[in-house]
Design a protein around this ligand. Structure first.
Ligand code: SF4
Ligand code: SF4
Length: 202
């Protein structure tokens, strides 16, 4: 029971910090952008350099370019669109002593259906709607094997590490990418660290 309460507290803490971090970042960006735009428009109108229609057309054009380039601000939330997948052939059993299922330490977004079903795969409150990880950095369904193997999501069924250089430096020689795994997949970053990152970016 204590473990469950600790896990609940960890999840709630992560969820709150996620909300605080994104709100801080976006509020600062909005304030800065609003100040620049208001100042600029005021100056241009004052000097008789722009017409209203001209301005709206320019804004539409920039909006479109920003979206196409993927540079628009977002709150870091994602869901997965389900699709038909093929299961690759990979001898996990032979590799497990080396890889220690590093793939189950990666994050992926849940589908809308998985989120609404509320289980067995749950999402991380501090990272909506990505698969929940235990404090050791593994998917919460990992327990010396996938606990929902027969109903694991399509993203797990279709995954192959054969061409994933985050996992292997050399797939055939079974040389792991320890640097990436140890630095990026070794568990969670602390909530204060996450908050300060967002604050610094703002
Ligand atoms: S998919 Fe790759 S990383 Fe995952 S268990 Fe199999 S061999 Fe290991
Ligand atoms: S659902 Fe299963 S296969 Fe997919 S990441 Fe979690 S433990 Fe690994």
């Amino acid at each position: 029971m204590t473990d469950q309460l600790n896990e609940l507290e960890r999840q709630v803490e992560g969820g709150n910090l996620f909300a605080h971090s994104t709100l801080t970042e976006h509020a600062s960006r909005i304030n800065e952008a609003a100040a620049i735009v208001n100042g600029l428009v005021g100056l241009l109108v004052q000097r008789g350099l722009i017409e209203g229609d001209e301005l709206l057309a320019a804004v539409d054009s920039v909006r479109e370019r920003t979206e196409q380039a993927g540079h628009h601000a977002h709150v870091g939330i994602a869901v997965r669109v389900e699709q038909e997948v093929e299961e690759p052939e990979i001898d996990c059993e032979a590799r497990l002593p080396i890889c220690k299922a590093a793939c189950c330490r990666l994050h992926f977004a849940l589908s809308v259906e998985e989120v609404e079903r509320g289980g067995p795969l749950r999402w991380e409150l501090g990272h909506p709607y990505f698969n929940r990880h235990n404090a050791d950095g593994y998917c919460h369904q990992w327990d010396d094997g996938c606990g929902i193997y027969d109903e694991r999501p399509s993203v797990c069924r279709s995954y192959t590490c054969a061409d994933d250089d985050r996992i292997w430096k050399d797939f055939d020689a079974m040389e792991l990418n320890h640097e990436f795994i140890d630095s990026k997949l070794s568990g969670e970053r602390g909530p204060i660290e996450l908050f300060m990152d967002a604050h610094r970016r703002a």
